[in-house]
Design a protein around this ligand. Structure first.
Ligand code: BV8
Ligand code: ZN
Length: 271
């Protein structure tokens, strides 16, 4: 009787002692958070680096804050979806069985943490944290709008001309310094500790599950070939092929919120 790819994946999952998961914007799509490169994606209307980059910030910090203020506003009403919750159950089951589990995410929406994921490596920072340009303090900030000047400003329109926000209207630290989003922009290095944690999670993992990423952004996408080189089995859940589909042993096409709950509902094999 030929076993299906699903059955082979589930027996691989059951036997795995060290599991790593890499997620991208697609895992939050069913929560209502727009992806970047898919249809209607955030970056489609703007060149990614035109807003999420140090150059954009130097040129017009108000426009960059308008972009993040708009995303914070949209994310406020969003909740974790069945894909996030299926990953929490998987982590709990495998930890209870003495296994190792790490969730590596490129997302900044905080939905994995809100769903209850515990061992999360956030490669690109957080939509809900800000960093002071003067004293470098990083703090939680859930103010929407970020300051009154951004109330109802909607999504930024690069054609609307630069500098529509004054320096006085930008968010400030108690020390007086200007606050920026605590996210990793294009051209900025990722936190060395996060890279080390993700590398440790991938090294020696039996299985890497890649969920909802186009896998075009580095160094995040590089963890997939890294896992492959280490001999891990790779599974992908995506609505369409990605840049790493060719590396995958298992490919499940469809929405993460529909596929993950039953696909991951596997008891770890007793040691
Ligand atoms: C670095 C935070 C070096 C901000 C993000 C030229 C100039 C400068 C840099 C570069 C360059 N060329 C290459 C680079 C490197 C660059 C890079 O990789 N560029 C790419 C675009 C080619 N990388 C960097 O710049 C990184 N830093 O290299 O620094 C350095 C070293 C030392 C000193 C100085 C510098 C920093 C990269 C981090 C950028 N920040 N986000 C913010 O969010 O505003 S990246 C951004 O893209 C998000 O984090 C996002 O997560 C990430 C990746 O996108 P995805 O998550 O994959 O989302 P996407 O929409 O693309 O795909 C969604 C997928 O889901 C699709 O496949 C879709 O089919 C699927 N899907 C949709 N619905 C569902 C679904 N799947 C399942 N179910 C569904 N329902
Ligand atoms: Zn400060």
């Amino acid at each position: 009787m030929n076993t299906t790819s699903r059955e082979r994946f589930q027996s691989t999952l059951a036997r795995s002692k060290k599991i790593a998961v890499l997620t991208g914007a697609g895992v939050s799509a069913e929560s209502g958070i727009p992806t970047f490169r898919g249809a209607g994606g955030l970056w489609r209307r703007y060149e990614a680096t035109s807003l999420a980059s140090p150059e954009a910030w130097q040129r017009d910090p108000g426009l960059v804050w308008e972009f993040y203020n708009h995303r914070r506003e949209r994310a406020l009403g969003c909740s974790p979806n069945p894909a996030h919750r299926a990953l929490v159950r998987l982590e709990d089951r495998f930890r209870d069985a003495g296994g190792a589990f790490t969730l590596i995410t490129q997302n900044i929406d905080g939905l994995h943490e809100r769903a209850g994921s515990r061992n999360v490596v956030r490669l690109h920072g957080s939509l809900w944290q800000v960093r002071c340009l003067s004293c470098a303090r990083v703090t939680e900030n859930r103010e929407v709008p970020i300051t009154p000047a951004f109330a109802g400003s909607g999504s930024p329109d690069p054609e609307a001309g630069d500098r529509r926000f004054t320096a006085a209207e930008l968010p400030r630290c108690p020390c007086g310094g200007v606050l920026r989003p605590h996210v990793v922009w294009f051209g900025e290095p990722l936190d060395a500790g996060d890279i080390a944690a993700a590398t440790a999670a991938v090294e020696g993992c039996d299985l890497l599950i890649v969920v909802g990423t186009s896998a075009v952004v580095y160094p995040a996408a590089g963890f997939v070939p890294m896992a492959k080189r280490q001999g891990a089995r790779i599974a992908e859940v995506n609505v369409e092929p990605s840049a790493v589909t060719g590396l995958c042993d298992f490919v499940f096409t469809g929405s993460a919120g529909e596929i993950l709950p039953s696909l991951l509902d596997v008891a770890p094999a007793r040691a």
